[in-house]
Design a protein around this ligand. Structure first.
Ligand code: GCU
Length: 414
């Protein structure tokens, strides 16, 4: 309880101290995304990009930032049940148990799938990684939703603190409004990735080691690598469902899960669009930026999110690797980078600079690229879309309005 309270107070403090991001002070993304890179000549054609540059950059991100992305074994749906849930506008809500591989003890996670009422054709899907667990994401928080509360982040663990968490982190921190999203025609699949690697510095190392027994510790993937693979595992089972349009599947993550979503999309081309909201350091914001959370701060507090090598970037940053290159790996698929003008910790200006830096790769691949002229310029039909609102770190109804506008353009009906 004390720990939960101190986290909440810390978050309140961070929100109160936030000063508006200053683009003028943020460094320009470097090196140029199509320029020479580690012995690879400048890229001038789409084929050079995909054949030469993409594998090089992917390898660099694994060995210098995230660690390897492990194969968690084939994803198999063990059980499916329909949940009786009110206040979802007539959407069908299901709970799936997904098993990964055949290892014992079994590795399982649970997916809440909400499907639009109209089922005349396969629905586009948004796959979300949840911050507060599955039960908090379902209206009424039914006991029938499988949950191990002990592994949830502190502010989400106790029911008494839920209203406080929502007050600080936004009304939609625990999930989107299912009625609204499904009424717009989207199916939504949500899961808590901590079921496979707990989001906890004490519990995660053993889980990560058990998932990657044959990988030397210095190359092992951190939690973000595993959570990113879980987006793909979820895709495997969900896209096989006839009610889902496998070509119109987007992934969504807030903050730590926004980092995982960017990594997932950089490696898995099946995702048609990505939303990374306030993903910050290790996400969309440039590592070489001088605002917001430092590499030292993030690796001191959350070193288990990353590969072992990332902590070294605190003192000797890779001069030629930065997060604009990660965003570029998603090109030409549309990506939305969300921010809050009071969320200094996640360094919005560093993310804006990264979007500018990724633009050339998007354009090379035929996308309209990034055209925002300032941090309030929302252009939902672009290749790289910048979204910003007032306020701090969290997920609001206003954010979801913007996300849906973006998805309507990024994944139009076929
Ligand atoms: C912490 C962490 C951030 C992260 C955030 C979140 O504040 O320092 O890097 O993005 O948690 O996931 O909400």
């Amino acid at each position: 309880m004390m720990r939960s309270l101190s986290v909440v107070i810390l978050l309140l403090g961070l929100a109160a101290c936030a000063s508006p991001p200053d683009l003028a002070k943020a460094p320009v993304a470097s090196p140029p995304v199509l320029g020479a890179f580690r012995g690879d000549a400048p890229v001038t054609t789409p084929a050079q990009w995909s054949e030469r540059r993409v594998p090089l950059l992917r390898q660099a991100f694994l060995s210098e930032v995230y660690g390897e992305r492990p194969d968690l074994g084939a994803a198999v749906v063990e059980t499916r049940e329909t949940l009786a849930v009110e206040d979802v506008g007539g959407a069908t809500v299901e709970q799936w148990t997904v098993r990964l591989g055949q290892a014992e003890p079994a590795r399982r996670f649970h997916v809440i799938l909400a499907l639009p009422r109209a089922t005349d054709r396969p629905a586009p899907l948004i796959i979300l990684e949840l911050f507060c667990g599955n039960r908090a994401a379902v209206p009424g928080h039914p006991e029938s939703v499988v949950e191990n509360r002990d592994i949830l982040p502190a502010p989400c663990r106790s029911t008494t603190l839920d209203p406080v968490a929502k007050m600080i982190l936004g009304k939609r921190i625990s999930g989107p409004d299912i009625a609204t999203v499904t009424a717009r025609g989207y199916a939504v699949a949500m899961f808590y990735p901590g079921e496979i690697v707990p989001d906890d510095p004490e519990l995660a190392p053993a889980a990560l080691a058990a998932l990657q027994p044959d990988t030397p510790a210095d190359r092992r993937g951190g939690a973000l690598a595993v959570w990113s693979v879980m987006f793909s595992d979820a895709y495997d089972v969900l896209a096989a469902d006839a009610r889902i349009d496998a070509k119109r599947v987007a992934i969504w993550g807030h903050s730590r899960h926004g980092k995982a979503a960017l990594l997932a999309a950089a490696f898995d081309p099946r995702f048609a669009a990505v939303i990374a909201h306030q993903s910050g350091r290790g996400g969309a914001s440039l590592t070489h930026s001088t605002a917001g959370e430092t590499v030292k701060q993030i690796t001191d507090a959350y070193g288990f999110w990353f590969g072992a090598a990332y902590a070294r970037q605190a003192t000797s940053p890779s001069p030629d690797l930065d997060q604009h290159q990660l965003i570029a790996l998603i090109a030409p698929r549309p990506v939305l980078l969300g921010s809050g003008m009071g969320d200094a910790w996640s360094d919005p200006a560093g993310a804006f600079r990264a979007a500018q830096g990724a633009d050339a790769a998007y354009r090379l691949l035929g996308s309209p690229g990034f055209n925002a002229t300032d941090m309030h310029d929302f252009r939902p039909g672009d290749g790289i879309v910048w979204w910003s609102r007032g306020g701090g770190h969290g997920v609001t109804t206003e954010d979801w309005d913007a996300f849906l506008q973006f998805l309507d353009k990024a994944m139009p009906a076929r």
